[in-house]
Design a protein around this ligand. Structure first.
Ligand SMILES: [Zn+2]
Length: 109
């Protein structure tokens, strides 16, 4: 499968647009471009049952972030603090960066 173009990256702040965590914000922990999903800190938590193992003597239930479709996530601009659509901005050296459509701030440093 070809990797999708994802508009978010690790450590971005994002807003969840739909699903049970709609309207919540969080920080992106990881992105899987191939699957088109991202893990967002403390959002879409799923419970996992763990078995006792040498490191963790007692088995139990742990909560872990579940993958969210990146299509449900909107980037929050670090400058104007608003969920924004991004604009791809070409640079002289042929690199592309993401920029906020509202305030024009470049999101990628
Ligand atoms: Zn902005």
């Amino acid at each position: 499968m070809e990797a999708l173009k994802v508009h978010i990256k690790k450590n971005d702040s994002v807003l969840v647009l739909s699903g049970k965590d709609r309207g919540k914000r969080g920080r992106v922990l990881a992105v899987s471009p191939k699957k088109g999903t991202a893990l967002v800190e403390r959002l879409n938590l799923i419970k996992r049952h763990t078995r006792p193992n040498p490191r963790q003597k007692q088995g139990g239930i742990i909560e872990k972030e579940g993958p969210l479709s990146v299509s449900k996530l909107m980037l929050i601009c670090p400058r104007c603090d608003r969920p924004t659509r991004i604009r791809r901005q070409g640079l002289e050296n042929d690199k592309r960066v993401r920029a906020c459509r509202a305030c024009g701030e470049t999101v990628d440093k």
